[in-house]
Design a protein around this ligand. Structure first.
Ligand SMILES: Cc1cc2nc3c(=O)[nH]c(=O)nc-3n(C[C@H](O)[C@H](O)[C@H](O)COP(=O)(O)OP(=O)(O)OC[C@H]3O[C@@H](n4cnc5c(N)ncnc54)[C@H](O)[C@@H]3O)c2cc1C
Ligand code: SF4
Length: 436
């Protein structure tokens, strides 16, 4: 008998502990959710979960299944999208939900997301212009690579008689552009791949040593890649190996600015060059091109548009340009790493950033860890200095590195100029995508 009491008492203790633990988690998630709503963190640019609260039974399987940090959480025993900006669209939550409460959607009710209208072969309404990867709404490395290959399969299946120099020009060398390039080479098409930055696309911008979740995939001319979980650096190294083994050619540092149709030929304009192609695969992603300052000296190698490793800048004179969250976060990381940081912003006050970032930034300015040059405009960049107009006065400051964080130019205007028809989704599933 006493044993039974002990077992019962232990069971009660356990239930009580679980109850308290859940209530604590719930409170934590509730406050995180409220903070993110106050900070105006919007839906991510790619597919993300919509959780139907009427169906959700609060089992938490989706939270366990999600490989990213703190994307989902339980509030009042219902799963909610806690950190929309941490979601990359793995879709594991949708698979894990036992009651079908999750649908992957694009955009949000108050914030629509544009996607190009395409047929089943990813061809847009402009004949010969295809869209692959995240630009079309479906992201992830493996999906994007496969779509790139599928676009090329559709192109290779068409008659190839055309006066153009290339059968296909691929724009972008992230996963989608890489997949398309490998397939174009394997199909012996006359191809040209143009990339504004370096090979790797968004993967290049992941935090250092991020564990990338992907799935095995057969690559034309190379064979199967077996990765499931791999560090960013190892994935990029594997891609370099693939490029060397297959001998594919990718022209980097070449930004495509315009595409025009001339008869049955497409003209692709990049800088002073005009290339002609029968088909174009747009593998531009959805994350935009960093906005440039357009000042003399911007072509110097010390001017960068993304910060990979703040530690490398310790003791250096750094100028961060911009006044949004990325600029503030970048300035704070550099200051923490021991860099001598100045921040140039054209407005007199920081208004567009999250309150938490603003508060940390103002604190760092008060502590003289960051020198705020506001309002100011960069006029020219020289190898060891930067000339600015600060409050109407010209000023030269010593400088080793300029980090431009002035936002991005989204690819949608570019698509519309080509004549590509777009549709806006307001928290809706992507047409044609099969739900699990
Ligand atoms: C933080 C983070 C973590 C992620 N983690 C994962 C993960 O673990 N697993 C996973 O599968 N996915 C992950 N993703 C998603 C994945 O990175 C993207 O879905 C994938 O990179 C999309 O590939 P893409 O080729 O369509 O576009 P991108 O990778 O964005 O590549 C587009 C390329 O086009 C180039 N480009 C754009 N415009 C032009 C132009 N005009 N001229 C020339 N070039 C141009 C760009 O410079 C870029 O290189 C993550 C995303 C983020 C942001
Ligand atoms: S898996 Fe489904 S039912 Fe369980 S918490 Fe997540 S959304 Fe709710």
């Amino acid at each position: 008998m006493p044993e039974l009491f002990i077992v019962l008492a232990l069971a009660l203790l356990l239930v009580g502990w679980q109850h308290r633990h859940r209530a604590k988690q719930d409170r934590l998630h509730q406050s995180k959710l409220q903070q993110n709503i106050r900070d105006g963190i919007a839906a991510p640019p790619s597919l993300h979960p919509f959780i139907n609260p009427d169906l959700c039974i609060g089992c938490g399987s989706c939270i366990t299944a999600c490989p990213e940090q703190n994307v989902l959480g339980l509030v009042n025993m219902k799963s909610v999208l806690l950190q929309p900006d941490h979601c990359v669209g793995h879709g594991k939550c949708e698979v894990a939900c036992p009651v079908g409460a999750i649908t992957l959607v694009l955009g949000a009710r108050e914030n629509g997301v544009e996607v190009p209208v395409t047929d089943e072969f990813f061809q847009t309404r402009v004949p010969g212009v295809y869209v692959a990867g995240e630009l079309g709404g479906i992201g992830l490395i493996r999906n994007s690579m496969r779509q790139g290959m599928q676009c090329i399969d559709a192109i290779a299946a068409k008659p190839q008689k055309n006066a153009a120099r290339y059968d296909v020009i691929i724009v972008g060398a992230g996963p989608a552009g890489l997949g398309a390039t490998l397939q174009a080479a394997a199909k012996k098409l006359r191809y040209l791949t143009l990339e504004q930055n370096d090979i790797g696309g968004t993967v290049l911008k992941y935090p250092r040593r991020k564990v990338v979740m992907t799935a095995p995939l057969h690559l034309p001319g190379y064979g199967k890649i077996h990765f499931r979980d791999v560090r960013k650096e190892d994935l990029l190294a594997e891609w370099q190996k693939i490029i060397q083994k297959t001998g594919i050619n990718i022209q980097t540092k070449t930004r495509v600015e315009k595409i025009e149709r001339k008869g049955n030929v497409l003209e692709v304009i990049a800088g002073n060059h005009r290339y002609t192609a029968a088909n174009v695969v747009l593998a531009l992603g959805r994350r935009g091109t960093p906005r440039q300052l357009g000042v003399p000296g911007e072509e110097l190698p010390k001017v960068i548009y993304q910060l990979d490793d703040p530690q490398e800048f310790a003791g250096r004179h750094c100028l961060v340009v911009g006044g949004g969250d990325s600029a503030l976060e970048c300035a704070l990381m550099l200051a923490d790493a021991g860099a001598r940081v100045a921040l140039s912003y054209r407005q007199g006050t920081i208004a567009r950033a999250k309150p938490r970032n603003r508060q940390l930034f103002e604190e760092a300015v008060r502590q003289r860890r960051i020198h705020a040059l506001m309002p100011s405009v960069v006029k020219a960049i020289a190898p060891q200095s930067v000339r600015l107009e600060v409050n109407g006065e010209e000023k030269n400051i010593p400088n080793d590195d300029v980090i431009v964080m002035a936002g991005g130019v989204m690819p949608f205007e570019f698509l519309k100029e080509i004549g590509i028809e777009m549709r806006t989704l307001y928290g809706e599933p992507l047409p044609g995508r099969k739900s699990v």
